[in-house]
Design a protein around this ligand. Structure first.
Ligand code: NAD
Ligand code: TYD
Length: 351
């Protein structure tokens, strides 16, 4: 089996669903169910004996040690994190606690477990750490995309906490020989994303005819990766990636935020013509402090070594994604209640 952390969040739940659709190996899913974790994401797995869900904290070392001992995983796939830049600006402490100390706790327990394995199992074991393009900092308009050797230059508390965790993962390979692999991916989009992030936030606001808050001048550039393409890349890296290596994973779809928002508006205009034009809802608001201007990924290494490339195109992927949210309004209503509302106030009221 494999031990997945954060498998009730956006990417983690897509990964668990995709893994169990493609593979026979069972999954033990350790997730603390913070505001971002949602068991509804995994409802398709109810009754599937290959999936065991454990609510718990990656910082609970006794729990992690017990799960490793009892389930004897062949790999740990580590998604659990605090993942939203704006929240890291309002409250960085949780990011250090989960992303840095939590990853450290997990590495320590993985190392102890790994040392207890037979030589043949030790050689097969993998610790796959999921990270982000944001660790590399910000690019100018004409800079080449990030490669695996681009120096780290994180700018937000979120990016700094992920960078710190990447360094720990690297050190556990270099010092102890733990067979780690790190993947750094660009902005994911697709089903089950919590509506604090750009894409689902814009879809939901547009449906409610609320303003679409674009930070600054809207010309910040991100590279958009369909979540299932990301999941496939992680599966491949787990199976065939080389221990100690890092792999960049990008969607080959650089867009300004304004292009993304206008694309969503155009899709909604086509699907809900009575409410068109949605673009009139766009509202430029105060910029994010320290807002990185541009991210872009060179995925040449994972393409050349593992034969991976993104399958989804930006236009079809966005269309599918908007349709998914429209078709899953009970899911949306559920996550957009309660604590979500106070976050919207915290982040947008004074912009
Ligand atoms: P998410 O915020 O949607 O989900 C995070 C999950 O981790 C949640 O289910 C939460 O309950 C769980 N979690 C948080 N703290 C925990 C703890 N202490 N113990 C156990 N579980 C805990 O995040 P996501 O968007 O799915 O991102 C997954 C990973 O991918 C993160 O490591 C993130 O940094 C990375 N990443 C995400 C993106 C993106 O576009 N979403 C891009 C690059 C990298
Ligand atoms: P986000 O989805 O938070 O991802 P990240 O910060 O990890 O890239 O934001 C994507 C881009 O969209 C980023 O440049 C910030 C911008 N943005 C807005 O303009 N308005 C918003 O309300 C949000 C949440 C993000």
């Amino acid at each position: 089996m494999i031990l997945v952390t954060g498998g009730a969040g956006f990417i983690g739940s897509n990964f668990v669903l995709d893994w169990l659709a493609q593979e026979r190996t069972p999954v033990v899913n350790l997730d603390y169910l913070t505001y971002a974790g949602n068991l509804d994401n995994l409802s398709a797995l109810s009754g599937d004996e290959r999936h065991t869900f454990i609510q718990g904290d990656i910082n609970d070392r006794a729990l992690v040690a017990r799960l490793l001992r009892e389930h004897q995983p062949g790999a740990v796939v580590h998604f659990a994190a605090e993942s939203h830049v704006d929240r890291s600006i309002h409250g960085p402490a949780d990011f250090v606690h989960t992303n840095v100390i939590g990853t450290f706790s997990l590495l320590e327990e993985a190392r102890i477990y790994w040392c207890s394995l037979k030589e043949s199992e030790k050689a097969r074991f993998r610790f796959l750490h999921v990270s982000t393009d944001e660790v590399y900092g910000s690019l100018g308009p004409d800079d080449p995309p990030f490669t695996e050797t681009t120096p780290y230059a994180p700018n937000s508390p979120y990016a700094a906490s992920k960078a710190a965790s990447d360094h720990l993962v690297r050190a556990y390979h270099h010092t102890y020989g733990l067979p780690v692999i790190t993947t750094n991916c660009s902005n994911n989009y697709g089903p089950y994303q919590f509506p604090e992030k750009l894409v689902p936030l814009m879809v939901l606001n547009a449906l409610q005819r609320r303003p679409l808050p674009v930070y600054g001048d809207g010309r910040n550039v991100r590279d958009w990766l369909y979540v299932t393409d990301h999941c496939e890349a992680v599966r491949l890296a787990l199976k065939r990636g080389r221990p100690g290596e890092t792999y960049n994973i990008g969607g080959n779809a650089e867009k300004t935020n304004l292009e993304v928002v206008k694309t969503i508006c155009a899709i909604l205009d086509a699907l809900r013509p009575d409410e068109a034009p949605h673009e009139e809802l766009i509202a430029f608001v105060a910029d994010r402090p320290g807002h990185d201007r541009r991210y872009a990924m060179d995925s040449g290494k994972i393409r050349n070594e593992l034969g991976w490339r993104p399958r989804e195109r930006f236009d079809t992927g966005f269309r599918k994604t908007v349709e998914w949210y429209l078709d899953h309004m009970p899911w949306v209503d559920n996550v957009a209640s309660g604590a979500y509302r106070s976050w919207i106030d915290t982040n947008y009221k004074n912009r």
